[in-house]
Design a binder for this molecule. Structure first.
Ligand code: SF4
Length: 375
């Protein structure tokens, strides 16, 4: 598969060539060992680029079923080539847009079973960029469901990937419950352990996060994670569940009732490990670059904040000046203007993290902008 070159950056190439460090009179800018596009994203983008460039094919006959990846710059690039990007409502009415002569592109996180079936009925060409790691998650979760295990998905119930995972479980008659954080996991565990009555199930877990009506299907439980969650949190979820099952069923019997598959993908784990190494190695601050809708980039931001001041930005334009940056506020779930973000002392060591959907060209522009403050 040809790798995408459009999203490359000369600045990043130069920083990489000097050991992931850019040394400047006023300090340094450092990159982690693993950052930016993962294998799954590279593959998806290369497939879409090939489809756009196919001889005799008009890019406007290409319909993306949602964003190809969660990065606005990348989606705008393909929209600029003429590719039409359907939102989730439009995907639910895809027959209104896609004809048999068109081509439909399935994004890296896949599509719901129902969408797949309706595409078959339309009869158009389908370009399926679903990542292998996402497919592996579906397979394992569905197999567990077929073996009478309820499935606990650690992820965001409205995230594209988890929406698809839920639909795959629905299709095999499986029961699922999505928990988005350790607090929600704790509530579920308290219910298992008997500290919260079972009757409260529907109150704690509305239909967006479960297709079950009671706790009953989860007495045998298989745990998976959205591929982009924090791996450390995934392990914490497992420990919380083990404790609760031991209380309810006894330590010996609970082992047979609990299955665990670490479906956080290797790329996400590598990014998180090297981000932690960088953040703990003496950076004064960290810039996290990526789409605000990108789960794995959000988690890099969460991780970085545990070490140093960390600013999550979508692109270089967010760095308004040495005094002001427009950065994502995780409490408000929106970008806000922050003043006095850049210390005046020199030398400074600035780390730059980039999620698996962050193009190098954008990361390179951020580094160029930061370098201007350290010259
Ligand atoms: S982040 Fe992981 S699951 Fe998502 S596309 Fe990349 S490799 Fe695949």
């Amino acid at each position: 598969m040809r790798q995408s070159t459009f999203f490359a950056s000369e600045t990043i190439d130069a920083v990489r060539a000097s050991g992931n460090v850019l040394r400047l009179p006023g300090g340094e800018i450092r990159l982690p060992t693993a950052f930016g596009f993962c294998r799954g994203v590279n593959r998806a983008l290369a497939m879409l680029e090939e489809a756009c460039a196919a001889r005799d094919a008009d890019p406007s006959s290409l319909f993306l079923l949602g964003q190809i990846i969660h990065n606005p710059w990348v989606n705008d690039y393909f929209a600029g080539l003429g590719v039409r990007i359907l939102n989730s409502d439009q995907v639910d009415n895809l027959e209104d847009f896609i004809t048999p002569a068109d081509r439909a592109v399935i994004p890296a996180f896949g599509v719901k079973v129902d969408t797949e079936q309706r595409l078959k009925k339309v009869g158009c060409e389908v370009i399926d960029t679903t990542c292998g790691d996402v497919r592996r998650l579906w397979l394992w979760a569905c197999r567990a469901a077929e073996n009478a295990f309820g499935v606990l998905i650690f992820g965001r119930s409205d995230h594209d990937e988890t929406v698809v995972t839920k639909s795959r479980l629905d299709a095999v008659g499986g029961k699922y419950l999505v928990v988005g954080d350790l607090i929600k996991t704790g509530q579920f565990a308290d219910m298992i352990a008997g500290d919260i009555p079972d009757e409260k199930f529907a109150e704690f877990f509305p239909p967006i996060c479960t297709n079950a009506e009671s706790l009953e299907p989860f007495g045998q439980l298989a745990q998976v994670s959205q591929t982009t969650m924090l791996y450390s949190d995934t392990v914490a979820v497992r420990e919380i569940l083990e404790g609760a099952f031991a209380v309810r069923f006894g330590a010996d019997l609970s082992a047979d009732r609990l299955l665990f598959e670490p479906t956080v993908c290797h790329a996400t784990q590598d990014h998180q490990t090297s981000a932690a190494e960088l953040c703990s190695s003496g950076c004064d601050l960290v810039m996290v670059v990526g789409g605000f809708g990108s789960s794995n980039t959000r988690h890099l931001h969460e991780l970085a904040r545990g070490y140093v001041p960390a600013f999550f930005i979508e692109n270089a334009d967010a760095i308004v000046s040495a005094d002001r940056v427009i950065a994502y506020d995780s409490n408000l779930d929106e970008p806000v203007a922050l003043d006095d973000w850049l210390p005046t002392r020199r030398p400074l060591s600035i780390g730059v993290l980039a999620g698996a959907s962050s193009p190098e060209i954008v990361v390179g522009q951020v580094i160029d902008r930061l370098a201007g403050f350290l010259r």
